[in-house]
Design a protein around this ligand. Structure first.
Ligand SMILES: Nc1nc2c(c(=O)[nH]1)N[C@H]1C(S)=C(S)[C@@H](COP(=O)(O)OP(=O)(O)OC[C@H]3O[C@@H](n4cnc5c(=O)[nH]c(N)nc54)[C@H](O)[C@@H]3O)O[C@H]1N2
Ligand SMILES: Nc1nc2c(c(=O)[nH]1)N[C@H]1C(S)=C(S)[C@@H](COP(=O)(O)OP(=O)(O)OC[C@H]3O[C@@H](n4cnc5c(=O)[nH]c(N)nc54)[C@H](O)[C@@H]3O)O[C@H]1N2
Ligand code: SF4
Ligand SMILES: [Mo]
Length: 714
């Protein structure tokens, strides 16, 4: 028997925690946080530690499968499968054009550097615009806010130089969201930041793990961030706490902003959002007057609520009016290691409004956003006949049935496809609807890099690390790397795959290492040198400083363009009914609020025994006072009903949840007609319509602040 300890890093989420892995006879036997990792300092969460079970779970797929007429799956040789898939794609293209072929990039693809963009390269090669991903059901409000407001080219002030952070609807101590916090061992970084004197303002309907450290905590109803952000701006501009010099130079329309937020007094916003008006004043004071550096930033809370684009816009206006950006001569936190550096100048790029120049969706006044079609309309794009209807679809690393809102509709759409291919390691509900399943190696079975996607945003320092595969795939398995089906299909269709700008040789497949070396082509050191740093490297010998503005720099932030002004006015004219929400003509007493849990990553982890022992299903977390009102005890089963559908949940008493809110995570449940709560949990996506309540531009569905009623199951 051989037994050795190897080092690598986890890639289940963006944390990239360094790990020490015990390997016996080419099998993982133990994973733990690596205290010698200079970035993550020994941190690893339960998902990372339980990755051993994930690699050898009974529902893992180890060879390509084809669905049979009776619904069962039979093994198929990979080349035969790819021949059949290519033939079908060709016939769909011949009859309906390339736009009848779509792909989806899910979380499983994002955390795999060699394959992150390959599905998009494939669509480019065949000439189809039908690229869908999780982005437009996540935080694409941030892109729209940049697109309408403008972008400061110097970037954000680095985390460790901030004396204040305002975190709105994000819980980085659990979600490990790098764009809002330093998540390299987040608990430790939090304590360090507190010791440095960094102030923390948290706005969340739940008194979260992160909120426990807050100096100022606002606990609003979900869905009231536009009101709250407008009110914070109201106070700052009323008191003259804005950075006047910065605004004079870089903001085109401060008076329009001042006028637009005038109705949003703290008393009004407080009444509407259910928070104390005095706390709104305090939050504004701590952020704008008592601190000089730092930023306001959000997570999925505001970005999944109704009017997410407006919430995000007004939130970023806080940073604009306070001038909270890096200035000329200051050092950029992470200029990027793997990605090409961008020019950092102390000036504004005027609102680019990319979508106005991009393709439109087939439905309504919605657009693709930097190449991403709105996932809120994916089911319609599959179901509704007409030119451009999607007939064949490749799902890369996503559990669409559980993750796309409006579960019944997306399930119906996937079932109607002429061809559905899943590149997926598990027999989950989406795989079960597929005609072909192509299983890839799991994370410790392939070489990889720390994340290059949005690296300057997600990692606070310029760091990169390579890992080799730690173990081979299980003996006898026939898995292929995630990128391979795309290369092999392109070859069969007679097109060249242009990979990150580099046309690939279509005679011989590349190796994953070759692809990773293309990904790393901008690294200041060569590929072999980068690989040789076993524990990775902090590339701090190559600093970047913000350059002066161009002498004729004419870009300005636009805080109140007409579309934003119209949305603000609409919010101001809405009737206030804090404890009763009217949605599509019906009255509701509660709002379902989105949240992450430590034990699962979207739908990943539900299949593991160790996880289910701790988290048997997705609980409905309720405030004990509300439980008394409804007449339920902990452990009772309730029905949660929105204007679309009903799901079940088992109640967990949670005094950290504000009254009027039920806090529940997504990613549980299975096919709608098969769901047994005790076995699968339930899918909150069933409660979300994609036929109505979509936000402007990106068709973002209402995924939090969902009006619901609750009653006890008999
Ligand atoms: N363990 C774990 N980590 C994850 C994931 C996971 O599933 N599990 N998912 C990953 C993914 S895909 C993403 S996108 C990120 C998301 O990362 P985060 O955005 O940090 O996700 P959450 O931890 O759910 O934090 C969202 C917070 O918003 C609050 N909230 C809900 N509705 C509202 C609202 O209307 N307004 C305000 N102000 N707050 C609201 C919730 O109470 C919750 O505390 O996490 C990633 N990390
Ligand atoms: N109701 C509701 N819906 C939501 C959300 C919500 O908060 N509430 N959150 C939304 C957000 S922010 C996101 S990002 C999406 C996430 O949506 P998805 O990306 O669909 O999330 P997962 O369910 O984690 O699916 C990832 C899949 O990738 C597979 N996988 C893991 N590793 C690999 C790999 O190496 N290769 C391949 N090919 N596959 C792999 C996993 O087995 C899993 O099936 O969900 C969105 N949907
Ligand atoms: S936080 Fe957990 S899931 Fe994320 S990288 Fe670290 S160990 Fe993996
Ligand atoms: Mo996400």
């Amino acid at each position: 028997m051989t037994r050795e300890v190897k080092r690598s890093f986890c890639r289940i989420c963006n944390g990239n925690c360094g790990v020490k892995i015990t390997v016996e006879n080419d099998r993982l036997v133990d994973i733990r946080g690596d205290h010698d990792d200079s970035m993550t300092l020994g941190y690893a969460c339960i998902k990372g530690i339980e990755a051993v079970e994930a690699h050898y779970a009974p529902d893992r797929i180890l060879e390509p499968l084809k669905r049979q007429p009776d619904g069962s799956f039979a093994p198929i040789d990979i080349d035969v499968a790819l021949d059949e898939i290519a033939a079908k794609l060709q016939s769909v293209m011949d009859s309906d054009g390339p736009e009848a072929i779509g792909v989806y990039r899910g979380g499983g693809a994002f955390l795999n550097n060699a394959a992150t963009n390959v599905s998009q390269h494939f669509l480019n090669a065949i000439g189809s615009p039908k690229f869908y991903s999780t982005i437009t059901i996540d935080q694409s409000a941030k892109l729209i806010s940049n697109g309408r407001l403008g972008i400061w080219q110097g970037g954000r002030q680095p985390f460790d130089t901030c004396d204040v952070l305002m975190l709105v609807g994000t819980n980085p101590l659990v979600s490990i969201q790098g764009n809002v916090f330093d998540v390299r061992n987040p608990n430790k970084r939090m304590k360090e930041a507190r010791a440095r004197g960094q102030k923390l303002i948290v706005i969340d309907p739940r008194h979260t793990e992160t909120a426990k450290y807050a100096d100022v905590f606002l606990q609003p109803y979900p869905g009231e961030d536009p009101t709250l952000m407008a009110s914070l701006l109201h106070v700052i501009l009323r008191e003259g706490w804005e950075d006047r010099e910065f605004c004079q130079q870089w903001v085109a329309d401060l008076d329009e902003l001042r006028q637009a937020v005038a109705p949003f007094t703290p008393e009004y916003a407080g009444r509407r959002a259910g928070v104390d008006a005095g706390l709104i004043e305090t939050a504004a004071r701590v952020f704008a007057l008592e601190s000089k550096r730092g930023f306001a930033v959000s997570g999925t809370g505001p970005d999944m609520a109704p009017r997410s684009n407006l919430a995000e816009h007004l939130l970023e206006c806080l940073n604009v009016v306070c001038g909270r950006y890096l200035r000329e001569g200051e050092k950029v936190g992470n200029p990027g290691v793997l990605q090409a550096r961008t020019e950092r100048k102390a000036q504004v790029m005027s609102a680019p409004r990319w979508w106005e120049k991009e393709g439109k969706s087939r439905f309504g006044d919605y657009h693709s956003l930097l190449g991403d079609m709105p996932t809120g309309l994916l089911a319609r794009d599959i179901l509704e006949p007409g030119p451009g209807q999607i007939k064949a679809f490749i799902c890369h690393g996503s559990n669409l049935v559980n993750s796309v809102p409006d579960q019944r509709k997306i399930t119906e759409a996937l079932r109607s496809l002429e061809l559905l291919v899943s590149i997926e390691p598990y027999m989950n509900e989406t795989a079960r609807l597929s005609h072909y399943i192509i299983p890839p190696p799991m994370l410790y079975e392939r070489p990889d890099l720390t994340g290059f996607y949005a690296e300057t945003m997600l990692c606070p320092v310029p760091y990169a690390r390579y890992t080799d595969a730690v173990v081979p795939p299980p003996a006898g398995s026939k898995v292929v790397e995630d990128w391979y089906p795309f290369w092999a299909l392109a070859k069969r269709l007679g097109v060249t795959l242009v990979y990150e700008g580099t046309p690939l040789n279509m005679d011989e497949p590349p190796t994953t290492d070759e692809l990773l070396s293309i990904v790393a082509r901008h690294c200041p050191e060569d590929w072999e040198t980068l690989k040789s740093y076993g524990m990775g490297k902090l590339f701090d010998d190559y600093p970047q400083y913000v350059q002066p503005a161009d002498p004729d720099a004419s870009g300005r932030f636009t805080t109140m363009p007409d579309d934003v002004a119209k949305e603000v006015a609409e919010v101001a004219s809405e009737p206030i009914s804090p404890d009763r929400v009217i949605s599509n003509g019906q009255a509701f007493e509660y709002r379902l609020s989105v949240r992450r849990i430590r034990e699962t990553f979207n739908s990943i982890g539900r299949n593991l025994k160790a996880i289910r022992k701790r988290m048997p299903y997705n609980y409905a977390y309720l405030n004990p006072d509300d439980m008394r009102n409804i007449g339920v005890d902990e452990g009772d089963k309730i029905r949660i009903t929105s204007d679309l559908d009903t799901i079940e949940g088992v109640v967990k008493a949670d005094p950290t949840v504000r009254r009027g809110v039920v806090s529940m995570t997504h990613g549980f449940g299975t096919l709608p007609e098969e769901t047994v709560y005790e076995e699968h949990g339930s899918s909150t996506s069933m409660l979300i319509s994609t036929d109505r309540d979509l936000d402007v531009i990106n068709a973002m569905p209402r995924m939090t602040a969902i009006p619901v009623n609750i009653d006890r199951c008999a």
